[in-house]
Design a protein around this ligand. Sequence first.
Ligand SMILES: Cc1cc2nc3c(=O)[nH]c(=O)nc-3n(C[C@H](O)[C@H](O)[C@H](O)COP(=O)(O)O)c2cc1C
Length: 330
Amino acid sequence: MTGPAVEKRIIVKNLKIFPPLALAPMVGLSHTAMRSLVQEQGGVGLLFTEMLAARSLPDENERHSPLLIRSATEKPLFYQLFLNEIDQVEPAVRQLLKFDAHGIDLNLGCPAPKLRKQGAGCYLVRDHKHLSAVVARLRKATDLPLSAKIRLGDQLDTVALASLCRMLEGEGIDLLTVHGRLHGEKFCRKPRWDWIGKVKDMVSIPVLANGGIFSVEDARICLRMSQADGLMVGRGAAWRPWLLADIGREIYGIPDSCTRVGREQVYFRFIELLTERFPRERRLGRLKQFTHYFAGTYTFGHHLATAVQTSDSVEQAAGRAKEFFDQPSC
Ligand SMILES: Cc1cc2nc3c(=O)[nH]c(=O)nc-3n(C[C@H](O)[C@H](O)[C@H](O)COP(=O)(O)O)c2cc1C
């Protein structure tokens, strides 16, 4: 990278995003405990919630719904919506304003069956006319920064992709995240960072590149290939919650914001955050999902993953994790 780090900040409306590194929206992972864990490690300029159904939001309670629980220190925080109906827009936005959202993200990339049934996520992209009306309504409903998260499309098609991205920009989207895969592509396929570069040339709003960033080197290559304004990291941050701090330090010159601690302490800090933020019955599932990724940094991590997966309580899982960490060869 060239140029002083400060030039790399992203500005959307009045919001400065620096470093230009975001933690991705991920169902079951990007909740308050994970967001705080990653933020404590440092290097995060933008946080996202996991996707939220616009149609249910008006009936949900910020203090009780596990998807909405958050702490005041998580900022800036964009709430990600999935929706299909134009009429769902305003009630959802009104609710997000009450929650003091710093921005709103529209999920236009997720191909999950749950979203297919509702015509949301990547299925909303199939009808540009309808999508453009949805985005226009969103823009009318709020002055908050608006972002959208897309994949590359049903197939590689520069014209279709340009038409989508320019329409989103034209309707008032301020920031675009591009996950460099087609709608039908699995996560094991290498993301097409060069195609994110094509999007970068199609629009003048900032672009975040997403997909397959698991190391500082991946981040460097992705930025070089895509010329994106910043990065969004998903699974890599569950695997190594300090990854954004590493990228922030090595690429953007951000000094470490906390004393680096061992992996074991990071894991127990996550349990502490889960315990602080969630009612008892909401903790174990989240610990299992996080451990699935976190265990991947250990040579014998499958032992840790299995020990936690088969636990009946967070206390049992924590005890088994401690036994695992105490083994010299873990
Ligand atoms: C468990 C899981 C849940 C996800 N949930 C969402 C979601 O709620 N909204 C969304 O836009 N993308 C979601 N994604 C996709 C991620 O945001 C991201 O685009 C994808 O994981 C690729 O980035 P990565 O390689 O850095 O993980 C999810 C991915 C995973 C693995």
